[in-house]
Ligand binder design. Structure first.
Ligand code: EPU
Length: 418
């Protein structure tokens, strides 16, 4: 099994280009077979989760091609299978996003229930209830969601929790439904907005994009388009946190600062000087003292759970005490015990981590447990003295494109081994 080996401590310097957003690319890829003609997607990140999605689509009969610029072309003349099998869903929960498009366009779907995962139980009851409100007949059989509907009918749906993929699934279900659907308490993450813009570009009629009430008038068909995926705000935030942590100055390119408001605010509060110039963001922390910042995760536009672990590493070596509250997932503190092994002083009280900044971290063999936890361990290794070995690194390949190459280019002594 692959490991990452990093020699610290180090300072970063130079530029890094941010890839396309994983969590925008996944639902957009899933929506492609709803179009009658070819869809061409640019800025799709090369990640394990994207490969898994393409495998899933190909297994259902979608033709997937890469052009000479590595844009992805997708076309389906009619699916041969309407099933997302357990083997794929267990490696990528986002496979559940195929449910809405399948029901909407074909009136039938068989999708494995995702089950729990490292960061929490993560049920999909809100997805299912919403589709039932739209007239779908849904039953659970041998771990599979079996869904059918002669025709989905628009409905007025209030989601009881803000859910990103729930909003996306119901939005995709609604675009080809008969009549109007209103989705209340919708997630407003930039990835949800990107999917809505993509669907509208294909001919859908979605109003209220970027607000928590989406009004969707069903249309008869969608047509293929060329579309560019937004930059990955979490990858961007991760590199900025790496620079803040190591007292460095770097510039990230191809980023969208408007998606990072809450993250940039915390990085500035931690002492970083940040300038934005179009799609370039420069963070300068050279010679500055790293200050502790309190974090409380919440749905967009508030502080993202996907940046919690990275900011926790900053707090671990900041000058003072801080608290980090995780309010989205019940088990997203798996990185804490690994950080403690590297010398961090963190105490957990329910969903709150209390952190006392220490002078330094020390290298140790550690274990990656989920995607963002893995990122936090890489960050910790940048300030730890000695050689840190991060095991089970396959998690990182699900969400960070070319991570060794990018950190290497910024001056980090990093390599992959097995
Ligand atoms: N929830 C329910 N029932 C549902 C749906 C959600 O109880 O039917 C709960 C969840 O258990 C959780 C909360 O609602 O406690 C919010 O979960 P949400 O549905 O928003 O999460 P998600 O859609 O499964 C997406 C991202 C995650 C990101 C979260 C929160 C994708 C593919 N995944 O997950 O990304 O952390 O939103 O922003 O978009 C990651 O990239 O590392 C990652 C985990």
């Amino acid at each position: 099994m692959d490991k990452l080996v990093i020699n610290g401590p180090c300072q970063l310097t130079g530029n890094v280009t941010i890839s396309g957003s994983k969590n925008a690319a996944l639902p957009i890829l899933m929506a492609c077979f709803m179009a009658e003609t070819k869809v061409t997607l640019s800025n799709v990140p090369h990640l394990k989760d994207v490969t898994t999605t393409i495998q899933l689509l190909a297994s259902m009969g979608v033709d997937v091609l890469f052009d000479e610029k590595l844009n992805i072309e997708l076309y389906s003349a009619g699916l041969t299978s309407k099933e997302a099998p357990y083997e794929l869903v267990k490696t990528m929960r986002a496979s559940i996003l195929v449910l809405g498009p399948l029901l909407s366009k074909y009136g039938e779907a068989k999708v494995s229930l995702p089950g729990g995962c490292a960061i929490g139980s993560r049920p999909v009851d809100i997805h299912i209830k919403g589709m039932q409100q739209m007239g779908a007949d849904i039953r659970i059989e041998k771990g599979y969601i079996i869904a059918s509907a002669k025709k989905l009918i628009g409905a007025d749906i209030t989601m009881e929790l803000v859910t990103v993929t729930g909003t996306e699934n119901l939005m995709m279900a609604a675009v080809l439904a008969e009549g109007q659907t209103v989705l209340r308490n919708s997630a407003i993450e930039p990835e949800v907005t990107d999917l809505a813009c993509f669907l509208n570009a294909m001919g859908a009629k979605i109003l209220g994009i970027g607000t928590d009430t989406l009004i969707i008038d069903g249309v008869k068909s969608l047509t293929g388009v060329k579309y560019t995926i937004i930059p990955d705000r979490i990858e961007a935030g991760t590199y900025l946190a790496a620079a803040a942590l190591t007292g460095s100055k770097i510039t990230i390119n191809n980023a969208d600062a408007s998606h990072l408001t809450s993250v940039l605010k915390k990085l500035r509060a931690a002492g970083a000087e940040i300038t934005v110039d179009g799609s370039n963001i420069t963070l300068d922390m050279v010679g500055k003292k790293l200050l502790p910042v309190d974090i409380s995760t919440a749905p967009y536009p508030y502080f993202p759970t996907d940046m919690q672990a990275q900011l926790m590493v900053m707090n671990s070596i900041a000058d003072g005490s801080s608290s980090v509250a995780e309010n989205i997932f019940e088990n997203r503190f798996m990185h804490v015990s690994e950080l403690i092994r590297m010398g961090a002083d963190i105490y957990l009280e329910g969903n709150i981590a209390k952190i006392k900044g220490v002078d330094k971290l020390v290298a140790a063999p550690v274990m990656a447990t989920d995607l963002r936890a893995s990122a936090s361990l890489i960050l910790a290794s940048l300030v730890a003295e000695g050689e840190t070995e991060i095991n089970r690194i396959y998690h990182i390949d699900r969400g960070y494109e070319l991570i060794e190459e990018k950190f290497h280019k910024l001056g980090v002594d990093i390599h992959r081994t097995n």
